[in-house]
Design a protein around this ligand. Structure first.
Ligand code: MLT
Ligand code: ZN
Length: 462
């Protein structure tokens, strides 16, 4: 269990009475058992405490709540689906939790191929709505059934399709947010060309709720690619799988995912899900690739795969059920690892040229710091993004985190590819950001959240 050491100040009871005036009594939750459901992260590694959960139902209510917080000196921990993996939604310093899940408006503009969504819209609901309207949404990740768009925008979430469509920031045309100053910035017109000064969504996206409370977003949609084929490729070495991902990116226009995992992860997932082995024996590395288009891409994928060197075994699935089974070997990692033990989730990215070397070195580095810890490696091969998950160490023992982050940074990588800094990685921000950059972060924070009411435990101050 990790806790922040800052003192938790007592909140004046009139704060809660005024909060009831703003959002209604049903949306100021103070029952300790109910509140406890909002104070731990999804992995169970980070747990905080909170006196209440407040659930605004509109931007106006969120604005009034921020004003109230400023007057009473109360800090908020912002929360959507609580699927974040860097502890960024946890009230580590006793913050009041502000849940945005009530903001579920969804308005499709099928002509422009855009959508306006409330912060509480769940990713899979947006995906389904876009598909039903003849479009698709370009971002996808395994927690799609509970992750919300507000959190996705605040953390600039990535996922499986970044190689094709980019991250959340690449979909973002505008947003509505309540700044820590109480101002509402709203730019939801969706103009493709609009060079009228600072692009505030670009600053708020990825700021992890430290500058503004995002209540809505304007997102671009992409053309549907309903014909899908999935192939699981086995390799003797990690380097072969990574090289193949790069070749396929070049040669296969319809490539929509290239995901890496290793034999220990495959075994763990199979033990958890009961799935059969895809091939007769074990292999050094697996690459799960998907091609999608409006015409069946099977022939193109097969041709590209046939010309790859070093492929030891292949399973191809165009049938949706079999394709989903192949995907489960990869997507099942997060659940299987969490079931196995509370993980340290070290989401890093490396330059492509050193990714295989990094993957090869990590187990030795972990072993040298914490003998007996278990390492699970998987990720988004084409993005240079590997998820180093470590189990078998205490939640607050961060010696392994330190060693892995320092290795990644020394090899030219980032300590956070797509999960954000949250509370988990604050003390390693300096590995990727210069003193002047962190100072600029501080200037922005002071200007947009002068009283420190928004996510004070996140990103800065580690
Ligand atoms: C994934 O790629 O599956 C997600 O980032 C979740 C995780 O890292 O466990
Ligand atoms: Zn990921």
């Amino acid at each position: 269990m990790t806790r922040d050491h800052r003192e938790v100040t007592t909140i004046d009871p009139t704060f809660f009475a005024e909060a009831v005036d703003v959002v209604g009594a049903n949306h100021v939750l103070r029952d300790a058992d109910v509140v406890a459901g909002y104070t731990a992260d999804w992995t169970g590694r980070f747990t905080g405490t909170s006196p209440a959960v407040i659930r605004p139902g509109s931007t106006e209510e969120a604005q009034a709540l921020v004003g109230l917080c400023r007057r009473h000196g109360v800090a908020l921990a912002l929360q959507g689906g609580n699927t974040g993996l860097s502890g960024g939604t946890v009230p580590l310093a006793g913050e009041v939790v502000c849940s945005l899940r009530r903001l579920t408006s969804l308005e499709l503009d099928t002509v422009s191929g855009q959508v306006s969504v409330g912060a509480g819209v769940v990713l899979s609901d947006l995906q389904a709505a876009a598909e039903a309207a003849g479009w698709a949404y370009g971002v996808d990740f395994a927690s799609r059934g509970s992750a919300t768009l507000g959190g996705s925008v605040a953390t600039n979430a990535g996922g499986m399709r970044v190689l094709r469509y980019g991250d959340t920031r690449a979909q973002l045309l505008g947003l509505t947010a309540v700044l820590g100053t109480g101002h509402v910035v709203s730019h939801m017109g969706g103009l493709i060309k609009d060079n009228t000064g600072y692009f505030l969504p670009g600053i708020l996206c990825g700021s992890e709720g430290t500058l503004g409370l995002v209540t809505a977003a304007r997102l671009r949609l992409v053309p549907r690619a309903p014909e899908r084929v999935v192939a699981l490729l086995a390799f003797g070495e990690v380097a072969g799988a990574i090289e193949a991902a790069s070749t396929l990116r070049r040669q296969l226009r319809t490539l929509s995912a290239a995901e890496l995992f290793l034999q220990p992860g495959m075994d763990l997932v199979r033990a958890h899900t009961g799935q059969a082995a895809p091939f007769g024996g074990p292999h050094g590395a697996y690459l799960l690739v998907e091609a999608s288009d409006d015409r069946d891409p099977t022939a193109d994928l097969s041709l590209a795969v046939d010309s790859l060197p070093g492929v030891a075994a292949v399973a191809v699935a165009a049938d949706p059920l079999r394709a989903a089974e192949l995907w489960r070997y990869r997507e099942g990692h997060t659940d299987a690892i969490n079931h196995h033990g509370t993980p340290h989730k070290l989401d890093v990215s490396l330059p492509p040229a050193v990714l295989a070397d990094f993957v090869g070195r990590v187990p030795g580095v972990v072993e040298s710091v914490s003998s007996g810890a278990e390492v699970w490696l998987f990720g988004h091969a084409a993005d240079g993004n590997v998820h180093v998950n470590v189990t078998g160490i205490a939640p607050d023992d961060d010696a392994v985190d330190d060693a892995v982050f320092k290795l990644a940074a020394a090899m030219g990588g980032s300590v956070s590819a797509e999960h954000g800094i949250g509370t988990a990685k604050r003390r390693w921000l300096h590995l990727n950001r210069t003193e002047d950059e962190v100072a600029a972060f501080g200037v922005l924070k002071a200007a947009l959240d002068p009283d420190g009411v928004l996510n004070p435990s996140v990103l800065l101050g580690g």
